[in-house]
Design a protein around this ligand. Structure first.
Ligand code: NAD
Length: 369
């Protein structure tokens, strides 16, 4: 019998091909008349295109979005918003641009429309991570959730294959951890398995045909579901490790998720067998952790933290940070196990079958902690 508590959030989603043309009407719907359009420097041309579609409803462009939402960038964007008398924010890009849009919108109360171009899922979450003085602090609140998300599959076709792989696995991580979250519900379970399935299907198909638009649609749809999982339930060990590695060691967000996820899954496998079975079925592999790692390798994705600027010498400090205030996790998080996990992730150890290196059930001591 189901037993759960369920709150719904209040944002609007438009999903399809060519939906960029809907942006002026969707902006008006949330009360925007003069939007500041945000992007990274690399997506300036796309921001200019969006401003063109908005016409008079575009007040200006700010193209300084950067990973981990540095507060200095937010201050510069705020100054630009004031300068052009913006009354709304339109973010076009991945999680970095969406993070900047959230930071602006929550500081000013301006309505926020997002056009996602990666699979980060940030556009449908109530979470905002900001970096000040080298430290990343994450907060959550309903005011952070963008009012409208317009998913246009056409905007994702330019995403290079390596970023497509890492961004899709970043999305999978939200769904995998949702399947063993203590506060998961029947709805999040359904979104998670559907999301993982769509992401895996999309990657396989796009790997065979780089122009497959249905595959791109599957990936974006899976990212939407996975992002909603991220917002709905608490994340576990995997996200704690990635927040530590990104926030304190400056590792790239999606690539780090891609390397760590199979190892975090292997660590949790014995303590969350149902979640692992559901993940394996959705991925269409025999063993969830080993199968995902093999898929990533087949797609040419990163499999070693050692290739991302993290070394074995960094492992002890990362383990200290990751175990100091651990997130809730199906298997107790203990220092020795995390050192082992990070060592394997750094060296790119192949996870075999049911991952014997982590397969011992928790000791009574661990269970009582
Ligand atoms: P990103 O936004 O940094 O984008 C990566 C790079 O790809 C950028 O240079 C960008 O310009 C480029 N790019 C994006 N879309 C493209 C496209 N379609 N074609 C070509 N190039 C494209 O990467 P990300 O992984 O989406 O976001 C990472 C950031 O998002 C991190 O700061 C992370 O903490 C945050 N994040 C937040 C949440 C949340 O819920 N708050 C969730 C996930 C990620």
């Amino acid at each position: 019998m189901h037993s759960f508590e369920h709150d719904t959030d209040t944002s609007r989603t438009v999903f399809g091909m060519g939906t960029l043309s809907r942006v002026p009407e969707e902006l008006r719907r949330i009360g925007g008349r003069r939007a500041l359009v945000l992007s990274t420097p690399g997506q300036r041309a796309l921001a200019t295109r969006v401003a063109g579609v908005l016409g008079d409803a575009a007040a200006g462009i700010f193209d300084g979005a950067a990973e981990h939402t540095p507060v200095e960038v937010t201050d510069a964007a705020l100054a630009r918003a004031e300068q052009v008398a913006a009354d709304s924010v339109v973010s076009i890009g991945g999680g970095s641009t969406t993070g900047l849009g959230k930071a602006l919108a929550t500081r000013t109360g301006m309505p926020h429309l997002v056009l996602p171009t990666t699979y980060s899922g940030s556009e449908v979450t109530t979470l905002l991570g900001e970096t000040a003085n080298g430290e990343k602090v994450t907060r959550t609140g309903p005011e952070i959730l963008p009012e409208v998300v317009v998913y246009d599959v056409a905007l994702t076709t330019t995403l290079p294959w390596p970023v497509t792989v890492t961004s899709a696995v970043n999305a999978m991580a939200h769904a995998v951890e949702a399947l063993y979250a203590a506060d998961r519900t029947a709805e999040t379970d359904a979104m998670a398995t559907d999301g993982i399935g769509a992401l895996a299907r999309g990657l396989r198909a796009l790997h065979l045909d780089a122009d497959d638009l249905d595959a791109r649609a599957d990936l974006l749809y899976g990212a939407w579901l996975a992002g909603r999982c991220l917002s709905a339930v608490g994340m576990g060990l995997h996200h704690k490790l990635c927040h530590t590695l990104g926030g304190s060691f400056g590792l790239p967000h999606a690539a780090t998720h891609t390397v760590v996820l199979p190892h975090a899954m292997a660590y949790n496998a014995q303590a969350a067998p149902e979640a692992m079975r559901a993940t394996a079925t959705a991925l269409d592999v025999d063993d969830a952790a080993a199968g995902l790692q093999a898929l990533v390798a087949r797609f040419g994705g990163p499999t070693r933290l050692g290739d991302l600027g993290f070394g074995l010498a960094d492992v002890p400090r990362a383990a200290d940070l990751a175990t100091a205030r651990p997130y809730p996790n199906p298997r107790p998080v203990h220092h020795e196990g995390i050192v082992e996990l990070l060592t394997h992730a750094t060296e790119g150890t192949t996870i075999a079958g049911t991952a014997p290196e982590y397969s011992q059930p928790p000791t009574p001591d661990e269970e009582n902690r």
